[in-house]
Design a binder for this molecule. Sequence first.
Ligand code: ZN
Length: 99
Amino acid sequence: MALPRLLMRFMDWALNFDDREGVPEAIFEMECMICHAVSELCDNEGETSQLWALKHTGRHPTHREFKLLTETFWRVDPMPGNPFADMGPLRSLPRGASR
Ligand SMILES: [Zn+2]
């Protein structure tokens, strides 16, 4: 699933969608609002979470309200002219993203 790209600039820093190798575009998880059971975490596609909700309601017909939890990863990069621009790229992946 392709997510829209967003670039926000503030002073000499820019907030960017983290599109580095190994970082998922998004992680999805569905939660039942009745019993708070949750689906498995799924990278980059929400269909598995949606299927989990349908199966959950099939097993528990009165559980028909869900919350889709979505995590996306962002980073702040120095813009040209920022004294931190020479630090090079970020080395570590965000917690939860190295899956
Ligand atoms: Zn439930």
